[in-house]
Design a protein. Structure first.
Length: 279
């Protein structure tokens, strides 16, 4: 069995190569604190093990993925890359550990996300560039081109999306990564300074309380469950994410569930929050 340290480094080699499109020894040095010699040695060892996955490009001074790239150490799910690059999760080790507890996690269906498009979006985000790319929305299923300026990747629990300025809509939009199509083209810096993203920079406090239709005993159980104070739970979030947080908490603001035990929580300050929610 491959040693844990080498497994982690081979995993990162594939992760960066596949989702960013270019790997250098600096990636391994940055994440693992290796010397340049050790980082280069790890890359060469990976190339010997998986000779058809990467090739060296002198003009870009790094290793690029081949068209036949077949990952062995990564899952190929974009969430794996984004979770790692945003520090939201550590990579699990292949060996079993005596201290682990029996556990099971729900498995969500993976989204079909193009690594080629992700590479362009990551580059545009880091370099603050415009990107021309096709996008398919549920409300408008016809494939259409857009020029966007990425500002942040956002994890809303079940999926990741991209927050970006859309030139066609003249506003900030949340774009689902699996709905991009075709090839993305970098178009240079924005032609004019971007306006402030008011919904992104505005903080809201959601005031959640037990459904008043519940019995006092049921309400007390929920208050203890969520660590409420005076039967109130205050959650602070960006205005742009309020709708997603309510969905994740399974709080329907348009209509109450007929069964209060199913509804459980309500948004008490809906009048304050409603202007920021999706119509």
């Amino acid at each position: 069995m491959i040693k844990t340290g080498r497994y982690r480094r081979f995993w990162l080699i594939e992760l960066i190569s596949f989702w960013e499109g270019r790997l250098t020894a600096s990636h391994l040095r940055q994440f693992f604190g290796l010397s340049r010699q050790q980082a280069s040695k790890d890359i060469n060892q990976y190339l010997q093990e998986q000779p058809g996955n990467l090739f060296y490009c002198p003009s870009r001074k790094g290793h690029l993925p081949t068209e036949q790239f077949a990952p062995l150490y990564i899952s190929g799910d974009v969430a794996e890359y984004l979770n790692w690059m945003t520090g939201q999760s550590a990579h699990s080790m292949p060996e079993a550990a005596d201290c682990w507890l029996p556990h099971l996690s729900l498995t969500h269906p993976p989204r079909n996300v193009s690594p080629q498009i992700i590479r362009s979006l990551v580059q545009a985000l880091r370099q603050q560039q415009r990107v021309e790319v096709d996008y398919v929305a549920v409300s408008r299923p016809d494939r259409s081109g857009r020029i966007i300026v990425p500002t942040a990747f956002v994890n809303i629990g079940r999926r990741w999306h991209l927050r970006a300025w859309c030139e066609r809509a003249q506003g900030y939009r949340d774009l689902v990564l699996s709905r991009f199509r075709g090839e993305a083209s970098l178009e240079g810096p924005p032609l004019t300074p971007l306006p402030a993203d008011e919904a992104w920079h505005t903080e809201l406090t959601l005031l959640l309380t037990p459904d008043p239709r519940l019995t006092p005993e049921q309400q007390e159980a929920l208050a203890l469950d969520y660590g409420m104070h005076n039967s109130q739970l205050r959650l602070t979030t960006r205005a742009a994410l309020a709708n997603y947080l309510l969905q994740d908490m399974q709080i329907n603001i348009k209509m109450l569930d007929g069964n209060p035990a199913a509804q459980q929580l309500i948004l008490a300050n809906i009048d304050d929050i409603k202007p920021w929610l999706f119509s």
